[in-house]
Design a protein around this ligand. Structure first.
Ligand code: CP
Ligand code: NVA
Length: 310
């Protein structure tokens, strides 16, 4: 198993499916895991806001018998008050694992390199791997065979889109991405996903045409048009992104019973309409619930392995 959980790109397809299998066990038989991380402590570094991530990591740690300590954006002031290297060297003396939500992905990488304890990426500007693991677990629960499925992502080619691409590459799920020109996913990420996907016969199609992208989709996924840290671009982006809104009309162009997915928080009336997010095709709260189970599996694997290896 890997030492840190920074990107789905770092996992082998076997490790990916091992996390999925353990997630199922943790979800079905939570009592079996009640004491597994007894006396273990997770430090949670937040440099951006959160509902789901904080709640699911903290609840997850408590349900496994451990504890979690929340560090707010004003506490560490990474990079100004202290460099990531020194933060990692301090935290490894006190706690058993670190979860970080920050801006530059390099900060999470530097922290992991510096510290001897596992580091989990809980969202950077580039990636949101825990989200994509929960999303693929949800797809598996709802649809089943991930290799004969098409997932369409619409909107901003952002952190969530990048991690979904990596997850799709590991499982061989076909993916279509439609974004306005200039907002495509990072070309380096797409290249790496295509390389990863050679083993799984992963297919990806990137376009600017939302109607073309949703054709034959088993699931239609969207996210906010302006991510955390990009709020000042919100009004500039609104017009450009409006053709990518997931509304009833667009959903009728996907498969008849296609799922609607969103990592949340959603900006209702912008990237998605109420009648879609509140419809019975929507699985957004299943995705949110599954963050808890998948992160419990990830913490179990990383922290127990670290203890075994010393
Ligand atoms: N999806 C997600 O990560 O939600 P939060 O930003 O509320 O943690
Ligand atoms: N792309 C969004 C995801 C929030 C969970 C953001 O980075 O703000």
């Amino acid at each position: 198993m890997i030492h840190d959980f920074l990107s789905i790109h770092d996992l082998t397809p076997y490790q990916f499916s091992h996390i999925m299998d353990l997630t199922r066990e943790v979800k079905e038989k939570p009592h079996r895991f009640r004491e597994r991380l007894k006396n273990k402590i997770l430090a949670m570094i937040f440099e951006k806001p959160s509902l789901r991530t904080r709640m699911t990591f903290e609840t997850g740690m408590l349900q496994l018998g451990g504890e979690a300590i929340y560090l707010a954006p004003s506490d560490i002031q990474m990079g100004t008050r202290e460099i990531p290297h020194d933060v990692g060297k301090n935290l490894e003396r006190w706690v058993d694992a670190i979860m970080i939500r920050t801006f530059a992905n390099q900060i999470a990488v530097d922290l992991a390199q510096a510290s001897a304890i596992p580091v989990i990426n809980a969202l950077t500007d580039l990636l949101h791997p825990c989200q994509a693991m929960a999303d693929f677990f949800t797809l598996k629960e709802k649809i089943g065979d991930l290799t004969h499925m098409k997932l369409t992502y619409l909107g901003d080619g952002n952190n969530v889109c990048h991690s979904l691409l990596f997850a799709a590459a590991k499982t061989g799920t076909e993916m279509a991405v439609a974004t306005p020109a200039g907002f495509e996913p990072d070309s380096d990420i797409v290249k790496k996903a295509v390389q990863d996907g050679q083993e799984t016969e992963f297919k990806v199609h990137i376009t600017s045409d939302p109607s073309e992208a949703v054709q034959d989709a088993d699931a239609v996924y969207t996210d906010v048009w302006a991510s955390m840290g990009k709020e000042n671009e919100k009004s500039k982006r609104a017009d450009l992104f409006s053709p990518y809104q997931v509304n009833r009309e667009l959903m009728t162009k996907a498969k008849q019973d296609a799922l609607f997915m969103h990592c949340l928080p959603a900006h209702r009336g912008e990237e998605v309409t109420d009648d879609v997010i509140d419809s019975n095709q929507s699985v957004v709260f299943d995705q949110a619930e599954n963050r808890l189970h998948v992160q419990k599996a990830i913490m179990l694997l990383l922290i127990e392995q670290k203890n075994k290896n010393g």
